[in-house]
Ligand binder design. Structure first.
Ligand code: SAM
Length: 383
């Protein structure tokens, strides 16, 4: 493979991208030797650093990229479609993994990013990559695909992917698993050997920006499924996503946000020190998809919880020893009940879930479901 651009010393001082790293809840720490080899040979900062030394916001954490590339099981000679070129770092890793006999097609909705990544990939000598501006959920590629990977969360797995994938192809993508903002999981999906049916065998929790059919200029308010939005005096947006707000409850939502801002109270959360908040979150995704509330209060950190017309209680998906609550105690009691039911069922987490795929109008929806089976493997939470 071609020679690599030298890594910049300034990389050591670079700040993490603002909306990615804080959201990791389960990643691998060691990688297969092809992925490790690619990591060793591609200079991350050549792609991710901007001219002022800051990190490009559209950059995923290298540990998440490597974990997902391991799930993808890329081999030399394969044809790969990547959705969400971003910095181009993952594109370079994929290019390295498929080698001179393979090919990577990479698509990003942002034409400026495509141009930027193209310059860096060319400077690094990669010739087995084609970049296109466009919407990766609908774009067609002029070659059959062995592997597909996305770095932005999709509503469902598009039919276009299943049509272009060869029998046995593997796809790895973040995908929404409820109708609530921010509730997605990374899933690994296989196309059947004899038909276009898809099956899934792995989940991973990691944070991503939502896929969008236009270029986003901020990442704090999700582009879809926000049911109540207010702005604080300092201009920061606070939002709520909850199914019950969709039937005319928008005013209720804004009132709950107002209460959180003015009389929100910190309280003991529903979990204790021995409990894993990431497992509780996975359980809620599988068992309470219509009862949950998601929210962000003016910061990239987002929260989950319960809400009713009279009250709201929020924890974070990584930390449930504390909660922020407002109004009466109805929502706090709901969260406490859910936590008791989770404990009664043996505290199941992602390792006790299977993915249920259903074919709909434009693609395959993915929903986690609890299983009593033991998992084949488990991703370790990193704390
Ligand atoms: C997390 S960044 C990609 C990270 C990148 N692969 C890296 O190497 O770090 C997500 C990217 O997805 C892009 N994106 C969002 N919606 C998209 C869509 N519908 N089609 C293609 N790209 C999309 C965004 O513009 C953004 O660059």
């Amino acid at each position: 493979m071609p020679g690599r651009a030298a890594c910049l010393e300034t990389a050591l001082a670079a700040e993490p991208a603002p909306y990615q790293r804080g959201t990791i809840v389960a990643i691998a720490m060691t990688f297969s030797s092809p992925v490790q080899h690619a990591l060793d040979h591609v200079c991350e900062t050549h792609y991710t650093l901007q001219s002022d030394g800051s990190k490009l916001p559209q950059t995923s954490a290298p540990e998440i990229i490597a974990t997902m590339l391991d799930l993808l099981q890329v081999a030399p000679g394969q044809r790969v479609l990547e959705i969400g070129t971003g910095s181009g770092y993952s594109t370079a890793l994929l290019s390295h993994l498929v080698g001179d006999t393979g090919h990577v097609t990479s698509i990003d909705i942002d034409a400026d990013l495509i141009h930027r990544a193209e310059q860096r990939l060319r400077a690094d000598g990669y010739t087995n990559v084609t970049l296109h501006p466009g919407d990766g959920a609908t774009s067609a590629v002029d070659r059959p695909l062995d592997r597909i990977i996305a770095w932005a969360s999709l509503e469902h797995i598009p039919d276009a992917w299943a049509r272009q994938a060869v029998p046995g192809a593997i796809m790895v993508t973040p995908v929404f698993v409820t109708e609530l903002a921010k509730t997605f999981l990374v899933v690994r999906v296989h196309r059947g050997e004899h038909d276009r049916a898809l099956t899934a065998d792995r989940f991973l929790q990691a944070g991503f920006v939502e896929a969008s059919s236009y270029v986003l200029d901020q990442w704090i308010v999700p582009p879809r499924r926000v049911d109540a939005l207010t702005h604080r005096a300092d201009g920061r947006p606070w939002w709520l996503s909850a199914p019950w707000l969709r039937s005319g409850g928008g005013d209720n939502g804004r009132e709950l946000l107002h209460q959180l801002q003015t009389v929100g109270r910190q309280a003991t959360g529903p979990l204790g020190d021995q409990d894993d908040a990431a497992d509780f979150y996975a359980y809620l995704l599988a068992t309470r998809p219509d009862g949950l509330t998601t929210a962000a209060l003016g910061e990239p950190l987002w929260r989950i919880g319960a809400s009713t017309p009279a009250g709201i209680a929020l924890i974070t998906p990584r930390q449930a020893h504390h909660q922020l609550a407002a109004g009466d105690h109805s929502a706090t009691e709901l969260l406490t009940t859910w936590a008791r039911q989770w404990r009664d069922q043996g505290k199941p987490g992602l390792d006790r879930m299977r993915a249920v795929l259903r074919h709909g109008r434009d693609g395959w929806t993915v929903r986690p479901a609890l299983t009593m089976d033991r998992p084949a493997c488990r991703s370790r939470p990193t704390g």
